[in-house]
Design a protein. Structure first.
Length: 189
């Protein structure tokens, strides 16, 4: 029995997507102690996108989020569940999916040269920051009284800008190196 070209199962994707979801989870558990501690979630997400491409990378990010929603402790601090998503910082987790979609769209339209990937990752990060900050203001405001945009940004975004830019840079370098040695890892978009 022969399979048509369109129904061909991509075994490599079936392996790489959950593997990258697991790497994102492990990265979310790694906390770097600084004045404001941060995790490596963004690094894992952008490694997945850089290595798997927009489509499969986005699927990997969504799988990661869905695992957390159903109770697997994949989020920062080994947390999980709908209560984490509905909490003040849950918008940033949902924003990861927005980042991935933005990356997919930009690389689909403009190609996957490293500078395009960098721009797509930066714009995706801005989308994540925007969505997460709006979510934070709404949820935090309901539970604790209103908070200004400036205060929310000073708590939730500004301390993370430099570390997130470093994580994006490292994800670009690592995914570029992996793709150099294993160009068939990324699925055709």
């Amino acid at each position: 029995m022969e399979k048509s070209k369109n129904s061909k199962i991509d075994v490599r994707s079936l392996i790489m997507i959950p593997m990258m979801s697991a790497i994102i989870a492990v990265c979310s558990w790694i906390s770097i102690p600084m004045t404001v501690p941060f995790t490596l979630q963004i690094f894992g997400i952008y490694c997945a996108l850089g290595m798997l491409g927009g489509k499969n990378g986005t699927i990997s990010v969504v799988v990661y989020i869905m695992l957390g929603l159903v109770g697997v402790p994949v989020f920062a601090g080994f947390s999980s569940g709908i209560s984490t998503i509905l909490g003040p910082t849950g918008g940033y987790i949902l924003g990861f999916a927005g980042s991935a979609l933005v990356y997919w769209l930009i690389t689909k339209i403009f190609g996957s040269k490293i500078y395009i990937k960098a721009i797509a990752m930066l714009i995706g990060l801005l989308v994540c920051y925007a969505f997460g900050t709006i979510w934070f203001i709404i949820v935090y405001g309901k539970n604790n009284g209103s908070v200004s945009i400036a205060t929310a940004l000073s708590w939730c975004v500004i301390p993370y800008i430099i570390p997130d830019l470093v994580k994006i840079f490292l994800a670009l370098v690592i995914s570029d190196r992996v793709m150099h040695y294993m160009p068939s890892v990324a699925a055709k978009q």
